[in-house]
Design a protein around this ligand. Sequence first.
Ligand code: NAD
Ligand code: UDP
Length: 331
Amino acid sequence: MNILVTGGTGYIGSHTSVALIEAGHEIVVADNLCNSKASTIDRIKEITGKEVTFYQVDVTGEEALDRLFSKHHFDGVIHFAGLKAVGESVEKPLLYYYNNTVSTMVLSKFCLKNKVKKFIFSSSATVYGDNKVPFVETMELLPTTNPYGETKAISERILKDVANVNPDFEVSILRYFNPVGAHESGLIGEAPTGIPNNIMPYITQVAKGKLEKLKIFGNDYPTVDGTGVRDYIHVMDLAEGHVVALEHLTPGVHIYNLGTGHGASVLQLVHTFEEANGVKIPYEIVGRRPGDIAESYADVSKAERELGWTTKRDIYQMCRDAWNFERNFKE
Ligand code: NAD
Ligand code: UDP
């Protein structure tokens, strides 16, 4: 299939681009580079040995999309483009609501206009809020504590309403748990600008000596060791989940959790990283981070049953690949 990948130079988009090409699909990448670099396209080419068409465009802009959809015929769109920093979304709510929901509206509008039937949307486990674990797709969504989470819940709702009156539209909403790790080549991975918000890039930068020590946000949660529990998933497993979801699309809206189904605590993650890579991660326990929940992990039985998809890479491999990328990464 010929697929438009929005946000394809970003972390998850670049890994999914590789997985799509390796599965025999053609891709066109559109990204405004607000949180990534054009050189990622060269890395994708280096890994796959295939040419990749890239456009630097903002996918909230109708004129640019008009040109893109007139130039190419797409069978589907995978919509990764979005802003994702939770703290920043509290500071800049309008930017987040505009970017993340308008892009979804404009892209679905162009899909319908150009008879592009398949649409895959990057949602997040954050839409479950403080539900009881494991999170199941049928659970009522709970309000999240930040605009970022709301943009995901609103985008899901928009896609459901659009599909409701366009019975040929085939939509897959993928709720990611905590993607970590990197492509095994070490050529692409997660390279946040500034001090990382997420735990794995923070750990790898401590390992590299760029940051002094990890601050663990709370050890008084009702969990196995008091630290927060998350369902970490290798980014290549997540990427392959998109290929399978794309290939299984049928009319209507289909929602899938993409996770491993297992939670790991912050301390378990730190110790696994140390063991897997033979490095020490100094840490200190500090207060809880506002908005954090104790536990988040997926019920993955729906993706297993309907897509035949399960994760293949364990938490050791996530830690090894994350460190392999960071070690080789040059600013
Ligand atoms: P990322 O920031 O690495 O990639 C997003 C890409 O979108 C960037 O390259 C950015 O330049 C681009 N972009 C943003 N707004 C754009 C616009 N208007 N037009 C064109 N390009 C634009 O983030 P990621 O981790 O790869 O996340 C991809 C998607 O998955 C996002 O929608 C994110 O909200 C969602 N998600 C991420 C996580 C996570 O932990 N990384 C978890 C759940 C959901
Ligand atoms: N965390 C931490 N220190 C950090 C970053 C994160 O202790 O510097 C914890 C956080 O409280 C949570 C887990 O690590 O329990 C995962 O946090 P992350 O920000 O990576 O993902 P999310 O909050 O989106 O699940």
